[in-house]
Design a protein around this ligand. Structure first.
Ligand code: PEP
Length: 253
């Protein structure tokens, strides 16, 4: 059975003092909650080291929100896989819709980053999702198919066990308007079927597919109860210990 994976994307929130407050608020509680659920936090780059230090003896894992496709070099403002590993990252979110929308990231670039992460022992959480306009035009399946094929291009089945897919409908991110459990389940099932066609059924059955988009304590249980929803990528609701902990405890174990 797939293990549920709840991951908090802090986006561009929390300075060092606030980071320590949030991590301390989570770490004593998280071990007593749902031990069968994998929990990770993805603070901004500047908070990774302090978060990793505070979480040394905790089961909570650490991830970053982005990564350069290059090893090193004249890339002002970028962060490499080696830097992320040196501060204790296990995961890296790639292709978040905010990166696609506001920073021009393409499926090709996200694929390059995913391959670089996998080759160097980081586990990518690759994000896909349609806009409201695309959903209303009835092209959700085509968009998700193109994104999945693009971001996974050239990644072999042996590496896929280290990849998490996050389905994040763009219209649901930060808007307070989540996909209904059935809308999300339909897309998740489609993604799993596509992975089965691109790889094989055993890979498809084991890949973890998170839902993201306005997940809150009030809607988490119904979303996470769906057969093909294996966890959540949580934005706004991960910024307070109580709401993130409530989502973790809503995960099926
Ligand atoms: C996200 O940033 O990945 C996200 C899903 O945000 P929110 O939960 O705030 O919609």
């Amino acid at each position: 059975m797939r293990k549920q994976f709840i991951c908090g994307n802090w986006k561009m929130f929390k300075d060092l003092v606030e980071t320590a407050e949030l991590i301390n608020g989570l770490k004593t509680e998280v071990s007593s909650l749902n031990p069968k659920v994998t929990v990770a936090v993805c603070p901004p780059f500047t908070s990774l080291a302090i978060a990793a230090n505070l979480l040394k003896d905790s089961t909570i894992r650490i991830g970053a929100q982005n990564m350069s496709p290059h090893d090193e070099g004249a890339c002002t403002g970028e962060i490499s896989w080696r830097m992320l590993k040196s501060v204790g990252c296990e995961y890296v979110i790639l292709g978040h819709s905010e990166r696609r929308q506001f920073f021009g990231e393409t499926n090709e670039l996200i694929n390059e980053k995913a391959k670089k992460a996998l080759a160097n022992g980081l586990k990518p959480i690759v994000c896909v999702g349609e806009t409201l306009d695309q959903r209303e035009k009835g092209v959700t399946t085509q968009i998700i198919t193109t994104q999945i094929k693009g971001v996974l291009d050239g990644i072999g089945s042996s590496d896929l066990g280290n990849v998490t897919i996050a389905y994040e409908p763009v219209w649901a991110i930060g808007t307070g308007k989540n996909a209904t459990p059935l809308q999300a389940q339909e897309v998740h099932q489609g993604i799993r079927k596509l992975i089965g066609q691109l790889y094989n059924w055993s890979v498809a059955e084991s890949i973890v597919i998170q839902y993201g988009g306005s997940v809150k304590p009030e809607n988490a249980k119904d979303l996470l109860a769906q057969d093909d929803i294996d966890g959540a990528l949580v934005g706004g609701a991960c910024l307070k210990p109580d709401s993130f902990l409530a989502i973790i405890s809503a995960a099926k174990s």
